[in-house]
Design a protein around this ligand. Structure first.
Ligand SMILES: [Zn+2]
Length: 208
């Protein structure tokens, strides 16, 4: 298997290398030829839940994110369900903040279960993986509409290469440049390499 397709961008901090190492060690980062839930083909597949099933990993990643926001007066951490729940909760716990989540209701991201925010409440939105930034953006919009002040967003991995624009400052522990292309543009397909479709079904999963 070739590893040269995986491009870590940015300042190549020890932490980013360590995050990727821990993803690989747990099988949460697969390299090969994959069909993502969006239908696009990619040489990298990320399944954060595999890494986060280790509570020690969740604590470490949570600490690394929380460290960035210690002085940001975060009152509440909010995450889009399901992907952001584990890491969001852990970040909130370490910041001694409240934790809530958004989820889809008839296709639209919403605050449910009686969750509410106060006008001007300082919120940090935490995701596991940023792919297009869509669910983070929708979560920020939902919270802003409800009156909260979304201070920033954070993720364990930003696989958009830093291109995702969520409308607030975005911090990630590692930034990857991972191409996702249509079948017609896929070099691996052209070479005749079979593609695999790992992970959850579309209805349950997020779009990668
Ligand atoms: Zn392909």
């Amino acid at each position: 298997m070739k590893y040269n397709k995986l491009k870590l961008v940015g300042d190549r901090t020890v932490r980013a290398e360590e995050v990727i190492k821990r993803f690989k060690a747990t099988g949460a980062l697969l390299e090969g030829h994959f069909v993502l839930s969006s239908g696009l083909h990619s040489s990298v597949y990320l399944q954060c839940a595999i890494a986060l099933q280790s509570t020690a990993v969740a604590v470490d990643f949570g600490a690394a994110i929380a460290e960035q926001f210690r002085r940001a007066q975060i009152e509440t951490v909010a995450s889009p369900a399901i992907g952001g729940l584990v890491i969001g909760y852990e970040v909130a716990r370490q910041l001694h903040a409240r934790f809530i989540w958004t989820e889809r209701e008839n296709g639209r991201m919403a605050l449910r279960r009686g969750f509410s925010v106060r006008a001007g409440e300082g919120v940090l939105v935490v995701e596991d993986v940023i792919t297009t930034g869509e669910s983070t953006r929708e979560t920020i919009e939902t919270l802003s509409r409800a009156g909260a002040t979304v201070v920033a967003a954070a993720a364990i991995i930003d696989r958009s290469g830093g291109k995702a624009n969520v409308g607030v400052p975005l911090f990630s522990l590692a930034t990857l440049e991972v191409a996702a292309v249509s079948f017609a543009d896929c070099e691996a397909c052209r070479r005749g390499e079979p593609a695999t479709k790992p992970g959850s079904r579309r209805a349950e999963g997020r779009r990668q």
